[in-house]
Write a protein that binds this ligand. Structure first.
Ligand code: AMP
Length: 282
């Protein structure tokens, strides 16, 4: 695996790949990598000839400066894991290179996507995500890009950007990897101690509660049951939404294929998100 830090080196490495007609699979990450990221890298390796990963903690998608400051960083371990899992090229950029003076991104109106859930609670977050993912797509020109459904709304936002700007890249959503306990793997879990991790299990328990009870309630009624269930645990709920997987709007009276429960909450001062699709897609 080759590691590059500058756009010049990145472009040089990718030029030969393209000349040879090899397909490029791209996995963007913020580092502090774990098995969930590795599943994306391995999938990219199966579905493309050449795998590019990026490790960059993008400041423009953080609405909370403390969260940015405390975001875990493990660059040596990241490089080792990526190499072991078949990544061909790792791009570790600097902020100066990512956002040179005068840099602009095309305007992508997000409508409801930035008003609901993560959009509502993290103002400006998705604009930052669009900014960095657009920048990487422009530099790397991947054939396929792999994103985890752990960030359910992010996948919808990226797919919307690709459709809106008619970008020539296939977005491949990948399932969420969990610990055996059910806790969704996340870089932020590195900030949890054992007691926090035990408390955080209540997120998955609530998602499972919703799945078990989908036939007993309307979405609106299940929402109320799920919030009371969640509040029996020790975490602080930011939102729990039972949504249509396409519009991401709250479901009220009837179920739809792909209905998904999304949760954001705080375990101490660590913000965690998770989701589970509780009605199968047709
Ligand atoms: P991050 O480094 O948190 O920005 O995540 C980089 C990519 O890995 C995103 O597409 C995430 O959705 C994905 N990802 C993070 N955690 C998981 C997980 N537990 N399972 C699958 N994909 C994940």
């Amino acid at each position: 695996m080759k590691i590059v830090h500058s756009i010049e080196e990145l472009t040089e490495s990718l030029t030969s790949v393209r000349k040879e007609g090899r397909s490029i699979g791209f996995v963007p990450t913020m580092g502090a990598l774990h098995e969930g990221h590795m599943a994306l890298v391995r999938r990219a390796g199966k579905e493309s000839d050449f795998v590019v990963a990026t490790v960059y903690v993008n400041p423009t998608q953080f609405n909370n400066q403390n969260d940015l400051k405390l975001y875990p960083r493990t660059p040596e371990n990241d490089a080792r894991l990526l190499e072991e899992n078949g990544c061909d090229l790792l791009f570790f950029p600097t902020t100066e290179e990512m956002y040179p003076a005068g840099f602009t991104t095309p305007n992508v109106p997000l409508g409801n996507l930035e008003k609901l859930m993560e959009g509502a609670f993290r103002p400006g977050h998705f604009n930052g995500v669009i900014q960095i993912v657009y920048r990487f797509f422009d530099l790397i020109q991947p054939d396929k890009a792999f994103f985890g459904l752990k960030d359910f709304q992010q996948v919808a936002v990226i797919q919307h950007m690709v459709n809106f700007l008619k970008l020539p890249v296939n977005i491949i959503p990948c399932p969420t990897l969990r610990e055996t306990t059910g806790l969704a793997m996340s870089s932020r879990n590195m900030r949890l101690n054992d007691a926090d991790k035990a408390a955080a299990l209540h997120i998955f328990k609530t998602l499972a509660f919703c799945k078990e009870n989908v036939e007993n309630y309307s979405p609106k009624a299940l929402y109320h049951e799920a919030v009371s269930f969640f509040n029996q645990g020790a975490l602080k709920l930011e939102y729990l939404s039972i949504v249509d997987p396409v519009t991401l709007e709250d479901l009220l009276d009837s179920w739809v294929p792909g209905a998904t429960v999304c949760i954001a909450c705080f375990c101490g001062d660590v913000r965690l998100i998770d989701n589970l699709t509780i009605v199968p897609y047709e």
